[in-house]
Design a binder for this molecule. Sequence first.
Ligand SMILES: [Zn+2]
Length: 441
Amino acid sequence: MEWSWDRIPAEFVVTNVMLCRGGTLAKGRGFLHVRKGRIEALGAGSPSHEGIPVLDAGGMVCAPGLVDLSVHFREPGNEEKETVATGSRAAAAGGYTAVVTMPDTDPAVDNSGMVRYMIDRGREAGLCRIFPTGAISPGRRGEAMTEFGDMVAAGAVGFTDDLNPVANGNLLGNALKYAGMLGVPIITHPEDQTISGRGVMHGGYWATRLGLAGMSRAAEDAALFRDIELARAAKGHLHVAHVSTKGAVAIIRRAKDEGVRVTAAATPHHFSLDHARCRDWSPLFKTNPPLREADDLAAIAEGLADGTIDAIATDHAPHTATEKEFQFDQAPFGVVGLETALAVGITYLVRTGLLDLGQLVACLSERPARALNLPAGRLEEGAEADFVLIDPERPWTVAARAFRSRSANSPYLGETLTGRAVATFLRGRLTWRDEDGAGAS
Ligand SMILES: [Zn+2]
């Protein structure tokens, strides 16, 4: 039967793919058989499937749908930056089928009604699975604990006050204990704000040279050290949202060796860009944690390669163009990342030989799903048919107007990256197709 992109049938077979799962890229060509939203079968070769529509993927890589452990979708409260629908569109275009949302909306996701709201908005958009996190404290004020049990029952997959790191160690310790009992992690943005103070970029040569207040590595390392000791004492699960320093990689490596339940993610910008990029005062390079130095970037790549860092998470943080035109010290922190993460990984980790493609795909799908125990990121028989077809060789130039996100505050604007999601499927339904240059025809 004829394949038609306009009407994806309930049952179809994708042939001529390089299956990529379990951290390895298959040597030969294979197939994926989808039936009623699930993976019916997959494997090497191309068995005959009489009467079933066949999509010849032309040698594309077929990977599990990507899973992002940290996105800021801004709804409710700042819909001019992003909504759950526009964020889901960006996710699908980046090859993602599942994202974990941060609770720093306005109002914050700090009760079960808000958790359900996020899940419902995600279902309405229908492009991506939404796994919300809840705030640790009401209003993210760090004073008391929210109702963890209610929120987990409503679907929360973890708790975090993210950009308002919990300064009160007693509160965080209790949060780790309760979350642990509920089987979910506390997600930490490790930053001792008495150390980072009013810093706007990494405390190093360029901050001094530009006359900007710096955030030293010590702010991250000291806070992380405390958080890990609290997790050890509480026997809870600590997940580190975004590792940016070589010290943090070493601290996590040791804690894992000692059996502390800690998992971690790093963002694409933290392994690809260093603080020198701030030299022209562009706020597109203003992130928290800040872009660091070459040896930090190398330590993060090494941490991803040896499994110290479980996952790559984008920390997708949309801001309007106006805000990112403020002066560097006035502009908000954060960059968008959903539509560039895969290509940044291929360009900066795979093509440089730091990881192979199988490892990179695992860092973007199976490993993040496992770290937060999410029902996602599985390319296997019986699993829901969430998958992405990737052209790992395709060069493309990052352009603001091409973003599906409502915002375009990307540090890669104008850069030519390699590798692209050419088609994304959620439960066997097409959520994204790259019309120009899709190798799959
Ligand atoms: Zn953060």
